[in-house]
Design a protein around this ligand. Structure first.
Ligand code: ADP
Ligand code: MG
Ligand code: MG
Length: 878
């Protein structure tokens, strides 16, 4: 295969092969934008290298040919002593992983070429600064030396001189640092810093390949659900220099505000600096708009290019650029990450600008983003809560938690179930663990393009950055705000990722405008731009989707809310909660009944209560289908705890009832309740139980009909494994329905592998199937849902045995295959068979796409996930 592509050979659609950075550098090159020349080594070569621990055959020569071509174009050789070509060796995977992998700049410098660079540039200081940067980055990235050693050396050099900024170091200081750095390399890597330019480049390429498997990259991929086996491409790019003087510099920019979607000038610029300085927050940047004063010509050109890119990509782009002696160079672009709110706003703005159509707009927003917009916000601020300072709202949301100052502490407290806010001066990729564990992130330095901001937005986590008045002191674990207010570790603070406000104390949270919109208390026409965007895209998704969306709801109130959120019925009404609370007594009576009469009496007492529950639900869902699942859990769940009872009986504290109960509890005790006497088995074993429930449903429906309403009951039998079980229950149920004179569909859950495999038979007796994917996952894998999370899922996820828990996103290959078989064979028996799903997966975006694809009629999920399911069902159909 061809492993190396010149920038002129690639394009933006080759991300699989060239990675995002390489594909877009090629695209910009072909658009005629000023990109320094270079080439990309494919991710295929990386995968080969990682699999075989050796470079693929012929790669060396292929790289050599592309390097020669680059040298010819630039008119100088890599590391040529009197006039060196320098290159950067940059990682770039298919999905952007900000700061997770490695880049080495200034490759090609050594003791000879540093003089050539000094002479050619007429800037000796610059040449030696570039050289020490190379040794530093190379040492850290390629030779695995602790970066702090280099940092400490430069801090000591500054301290010795009594200065604070890198800008105050001169040529001799850098020469001294180069010597020190080389010693560090010798001592810690056990080898000399390599002087051969090609060797530098080759080692850097391998290091970038290897950085794909760096722990923080692995962690980030897991968090973002990026597949582990893609590998990264490597880009070799001719260096341009932002550190040549004050007419040089480097910056980052967005074509729109990634937090709000507003068009404008957003970005940061740093004079006399090289790439990494901006993100690392070494010196304070200036807002991009100030570039107009610094270098009008480059500024105008940059704005022009941003417009070209937006129109070309038809989306928000982010950009890295460098100015070398007044000449602008583009070093990177990509379709930029954005907040959830910005995603909705931008999608509709682009429709209005006629850059995309509504289908495309719906494709560009996700259910996860919508779910974020439904997070609560801060409400009124109580008197005893003080706003202590303010930073930039970098990633919206409202976060409340205990202040912590290190990522380690964040993880510890979060593991104990505490909500924490991570306070850092700035974050680095090493903080990833802590950022994941925290509810929110607060930094005192860095802008909207800082590491903290970018990563937090990617995770959908609340972040306030650049709260510069805050003095954060990690050692003493506290921060001071103006007016002498201190935040100590463990103090509760509240941060607002929209306004940037920071409060000492706990601020109450309220419904977001988007939730108010779904609730119907805020209209799309009320002037909230975000709500108007959501409304527009939801309508379009609804007009496109084939899947209906129902709710899992067990009471009138939830049913009513679900309906406001757009539910088209109830897919799962669990009846077991109807046996809790005061009604527990009747269940006890039922279990303890010794005669048929006692049992009937207990059931007769329960029936009117059940009927009332059903009437409320039917009323809330008037005109829409309501699927009611007959009682599912084992009955001993309704009895007192075995240990409690035993103690009571043993201490002689027990009534005679208690003694009978204890006996019953012992009798009903099961080693494996999940596989025990539950679901349809209860209906078969306990005469009259299901009949009572069916009667309650039928009479509730009859009474509502009488009152002019339109109830549509669907009676669902859980845990059926054989058609005979269903037939047995069906007979009883049909008798009751006929007796009351009401019609209802009778169907079953498909939640056992045997049910799926014999779906053709089961459909003989079922008018609908509803896939109970929680139990189906549990029974297919043989996992106990209640135990696995703590027992071993963590390790499985770590090792990549799962990309994601199969309880979260449907396992398409295994459980999905059963769903597919059951759907096909069920419909072969009964063409009109209604098919739905009512597990947690009904509200999971990826799973919704699968259910659309296998041809189900509806998904059912919790009320709050309904808008998410509607949107994803629309996206699946486009
Ligand atoms: P990341 O993916 O972490 O952003 P990059 O490969 O983009 O890493 O490089 C890190 C920094 O170095 C960026 O600011 C980038 O603009 C800068 N840089 C990369 N290549 C060059 C080059 N050839 N000339 C000048 N600066 C460069
Ligand atoms: Mg970059
Ligand atoms: Mg179940």
């Amino acid at each position: 295969p061809k492993y190396v592509y010149d920038f002129t050979e690639g394009n933006k659609d080759l991300k699989d092969l060239l990675g995002g950075k390489g594909a877009n550098l090629a695209e910009m090159t072909n658009l005629g934008l000023p990109v320094p020349p270079g080439f990309t080594i494919t991710s295929e070569a990386c995968r080969y290298y990682l699999d075989h621990e050796a470079m693929p055959e012929g790669l060396d020569a292929e790289v050599g040919r592309h390097l020669e071509a680059l040298e010819r174009e630039m008119g100088k050789r890599l590391g040529q002593p009197d006039d060196p070509l320098l290159v950067s060796v940059r990682s770039g995977a298919k999905f952007s992983m900000p700061g997770m992998m490695e880049t080495v700049l200034n490759v090609g410098l050594n003791d000879d070429s540093v003089h050539g660079l000094a002479e050619r540039s007429g800037n000796e200081r610059f040449a030696w600064d570039s050289y020490r940067r190379l040794i530093q980055m190379f040492g850290k990235t390629v030779l695995d030396i602790d970066g702090d050693l280099f940092e400490t050396a430069i801090d000591e050099a500054k301290a010795a001189k009594g200065v604070e900024s890198d800008l105050d170091l001169d040529t001799d200081d850098f020469k001294g640092l180069v010597a020190t750095y080389k010693t560090i390399v010798r001592e810690h890597a056990g080898r000399e810093f390599p002087t051969d330019p090609r060797e530098q480049m080759d080692l850097a390429i391998k290091a970038v390949f290897g950085s794909w498997n760096a722990p923080r990259a692995i962690l980030y991929r897991r968090q973002e659900r990026i597949p582990a086996d893609l590998g990264t491409a490597v880009n070799i790019v001719a260096m341009v220099f932002g550190n040549l003087g004050m007419d040089s510099g480097t910056g980052v920019a967005f074509t729109r505000d990634p937090a709000s979607g507003q068009q404008g000038i957003y970005g940061d610029y740093l004079q006399n600096a090289q790439g990494e300085d901006v993100v690392a927050g070494i010196r304070s940047t200036v807002p991009l708009a100030e570039l107009e004063q610094i270098d009008k010509k480059s500024y105008a050109e940059l704005l022009q290019i941003m417009e070209t890119l937006e129109n070309h990509y038809r989306d928000l782009c982010d950009i890295e650029f460098t100015i070398e002696g007044g000449k602008l160079w583009m070093l990177q672009t990509r379709v930029g990450k954005r907040t959830a709110a910005a995603a909705f706003r931008i999608a509709t703005q682009l429709v209005d600008q006629e850059l995309i159509d509504e289908d495309e707009a719906v494709r560009r927003v996700t259910g996860d983003q919508l779910a974020q917009l439904m997070f609560p916000r801060f409400g009124e601020i109580a008197d005893d809560v003080k706003k202590i300072t303010e930073g930039m709202g970098a990633s919206p949301g409202a976060a409340v938690g205990k202040a912590v100052f290190t990522s380690g502490r964040a993880v510890e407290l979060a593991d104990d179930g505490e909500d924490v806010i991570l306070l850092r001066r700035e974050t680095s990729p090493d903080d990833l663990n802590g950022m994941i564990a925290a509810r929110g992130i607060l930094t005192s330095r860095g802008g909207k393009t800082s590491h903290a901001a970018v990563v937090a937005r990617g995770m959908g986590k609340t972040c306030v950055c650049g709260a510069e008045e805050l003095e954060i002191d990690v050692k003493s674990r506290q921060a001071t705000a103006p007016g002498g207010v201190t935040i100590k570790e463990g103090d509760v603070i509240s941060i607002d990722g929209t306004t940037g406000a920071v409060y000492l104390g706990e601020v109450a949270v309220v419904d977001s405008p988007v939730v108010q919109y779904f609730e119907g208390t805020l209209a799309a026409s009320d002037g909230d731009e975000l709500v108007a965007s959501v409304d527009r895209l939801m309508r379009h998704a609804d007009s496109r989707r084939r899947l209906a969306v129902r709710a899992n709801a067990d009471n009138g109130e939830d049913a009513a809310r679900a309906r406001r959120f757009g539910a088209q019925g109830i897919g799962l009404c669990r009846t077991e909660h109807m046996f809790l609370g005061e009604r527990r007594q009747y269940v006890e009576d039922l279990i303890l009944a010794e005669t048929k009469e006692d049992r009937s009496a207990a059931l007769r007492a329960l029936e009117p209560l059940q009927k009332q529950d059903f009437k409320e639900i039917f009323a809330a869902m008037d005109g829409l289908p309501v699927t009611i699942r007959l009682i599912d859990p084992p009955l001993h769940e309704f009895l007192p705890d075995l240990t409690d009872l035993t103690v009571r009986v043993a201490t002689g504290d027990a009534s005679s009832d208690d003694e009978r109960l204890l006996e019953a509890v012992r009798r009903l005790h099961e080693q494996n309740p999940m596989l025990g006497l539950r679901g349809v088995r209860l209906g078969v074993v306990i005469p009259g139980l299901f009949g009572m429930q069916v009667r309650a449903i039928a009479e509730a429906a009859a009474e509502l009909k009488e009152a002019g309403k339109e109830p549509h009951a669907e009676i669902m039998i859980p845990l059926v494994g054989a058609v005979q079980e269903l037939e047995y229950i069906r007979e009883e149920a049909e008798k009751v329905l006929a007796d009351v004179g009401v019609e209802a569909l009778i169907g079953t859950m498909i939640e056992l592998p045997r049910a799926a495999m014999t779906a053709g038979q089961i459909a003989e007796a079922a008018e609908f199937f509803s896939f109970g994917t929680n139990d189906l996952t549990q029974t297919t894998w043989g996992f106990s849902r209640d135990d696995v999370e703590s027992a071993f899922f963590g390790r499985y996820l770590e090792l990549g045995i799962f990309g994601v828990s199969p309880f979260e996103t449907l396992d398409v290959d295994g459980v999905g295959r059963l769903v597919r078989i059951a759907a096909e064979e069920g419909r072969a028996t009964r063409p009109g068979l209604k098919l739905g799903i009512c597990g947690e997966h009904g509200g999971d975006p990826d799973s919704v796409h699968f259910f659309h694809e296998v041809g189900l009629d509806y998904v059912s999920c919790s009320p709050f996930r309904i808008p998410v399911a509607r949107l994803e069902a629309g996206r699946a159909a486009i």
